[in-house]
Design a protein around this ligand. Structure first.
Ligand SMILES: Cc1cc2nc3c(=O)[nH]c(=O)nc-3n(C[C@H](O)[C@H](O)[C@H](O)COP(=O)(O)OP(=O)(O)OC[C@H]3O[C@@H](n4cnc5c(N)ncnc54)[C@H](O)[C@@H]3O)c2cc1C
Length: 424
């Protein structure tokens, strides 16, 4: 059994199939973990997360795995601090108080959720807003919904499924982080896979897969060539959509299905300061600045902030150099904290930028559901002649898409199917 991709989905699949098949994992990067990447960076007081950071929703499979690995979690505590247009002056309504506008905004948000809850035929957010909230009194609600979808789901409002957004927006679960970083989970899985006899190979960039019933030949850079009876692809939706791996014979229907799933991007900016310049007790700062969302390191008193610009905002920032991005980030913070830019700049100790769209083995951050995802997943979860299989974060239709939990569940769903087939 060959598994292409050594992110969490590939490692889970390898681990669970190790007693059944002789497993080889081929990973293009010089490390395992993919979009889970905890690093120790000079100038930062502790480990930082380049990719996955939070446990969203119930995250049952992730919690189970963390427990097995003996890794703890930390709750994200504090209030949301909102400095977006819900609380700022609105020239069109000079008589309104900030509190009044906030109350009205919350009322409209409830209206939106109610309307979403009764939607029968799934549609995109943009179509839905235009149909039900087209009146100009809903202008700021429209903006808020579009920027939530872009900011948190990294989703294009013209593509994202309203039903999937409703499933997420209507639940109120606490966020948590992994104490010491998600990377420990990868270390645990790598060690366990090796103990179980899996062959884990880094720097193995796959370029092509030749296949027929019961036979695969995987080709890669240099002279790389591996043969097996079966192959699981766990690469990101971005890699599938871009057609980075060539199949012989081609699998056009699967490629087309992958393009129907949404895949968004984010620019993540980590800043370490000499001292804390923001008030205590805030979990997230939300704003309309160019880098709109910020959070302090949960459970850590060190003066580290993470900035997050998703969707279209990420697109606008992608062409900038790291220096230009840091400058934009500092300007955003100056506006959010209402502090002098010079003071913020003077206190900056270190910075680190992560832009996953520039990483050619991922090509973005994570997936989101579209109204076509359901049909696309029917295709992608159907094995090709019991030989080629797909798993990974995007090949999943349960709650909390685009997460570590989704990747784990996707791999576990496939491996239990494969184990059943093998037992027959
Ligand atoms: C910035 C960011 C923040 C995130 N935040 C969160 C969060 O807070 N909480 C959460 O739950 N999730 C979060 N996620 C999503 C989460 O990281 C992913 O859903 C999950 O890690 C995906 O795992 P995977 O194994 O499916 O894919 P990947 O981790 O992408 O693994 C696929 C692997 O395939 C390899 N590969 C690609 N092409 C080839 C090739 N040609 N040959 C060989 N190998 C190849 C890649 O290098 C990669 O290692 C975040 C992601 C990003 C990028």
């Amino acid at each position: 059994m060959i598994i292409i991709g050594g992110g969490i989905a590939g490692l889970i699949a390898a681990r669970e199939l190790s007693g059944v098949y002789q497993v080889i994992v081929l990973e293009a990067m010089n490390r395992f973990g993919g979009r889970i990447h905890t690093i120790n960076e000079h100038g930062f007081p502790g480990p930082i997360e380049a990719g996955a950071e939070f446990l969203h929703g119930k995250a049952e499979s992730t919690l189970k795995l963390l427990k097995e690995a003996g890794i703890g979690i930390v709750s994200v505590e504090g209030e949301l601090c909102q400095t977006d247009d819900r609380t700022q002056d609105d020239a069109g309504n000079p008589g309104n108080t900030a509190e009044g506008r906030e109350e009205e905004s919350d009322k409209q948000w409830e209206e939106l959720l109610t309307q979403m809850s009764v939607l029968e035929q799934d549609t995109t957010l943009l179509e839905f807003l235009n149909k039900h909230f087209g009146n100009e009194k809903y202008n700021s609600l429209q903006q808020r919904a579009i920027s939530y979808a872009a900011g948190f789901d990294l989703a294009d409002a013209g593509k994202v499924s309203v039903k999937s957004l409703y499933a997420e927006w209507s639940q109120h679960n606490e966020d948590r982080v992994v104490a010491g970083g998600y990377g420990q989970l990868i270390d645990f899985l790598v060690a366990d896979c090796e103990k179980r006899g899996c062959e884990l190979i880094k720097n193995a960039f796959v370029t092509g897969v030749g296949w027929g019933a019961g036979f695969v030949e995987v080709l890669g850079q240099g002279e790389m060539r591996y043969r097996a009876e079966k192959c699981i692809l766990t690469v990101s939706a971005g890699v599938l959509q871009n057609g980075d791996i060539k199949f012989n014979p081609p699998i056009a229907r699967y490629h087309e299905a992958a393009t129907k799933i949404g895949f968004g991007n984010v620019v993540k900016i980590l800043l370490s300061f000499d001292q804390q310049l923001w008030k205590d007790g805030v979990s997230f700062f939300l704003s309309d600045e160019e880098v709109p969302t910020w959070w302090p390191q949960p459970g850590n008193t060190a003066a580290v902030l993470t900035g997050w610009a998703g969707g279209e905002r990420a697109l606008a920032l992608t062409a900038l150099s790291d220096e230009e991005l840091v400058e934009k980030a500092l300007k955003s913070l100056s506006a959010i904290f209402n502090l002098d830019l010079m003071l913020i700049r003077k206190n900056l100790n270190s910075s680190k930028i992560f832009n996953w769209s520039k990483q050619n083995t991922v090509r973005g951050a994570y997936s989101y559901a579209t109204p076509q995802s359901h049909d696309a997943l029917k295709v992608l979860t159907t094995p090709l002649q019991d030989t080629l299989y797909f798993a990974g974060e995007a090949i999943y239709s349960g709650p909390d898409p685009g997460t570590v939990e989704a990747a784990i569940n996707s791999a576990q769903r496939l491996t239990s199917q494969l184990r059943l087939v093998h037992e027959k």
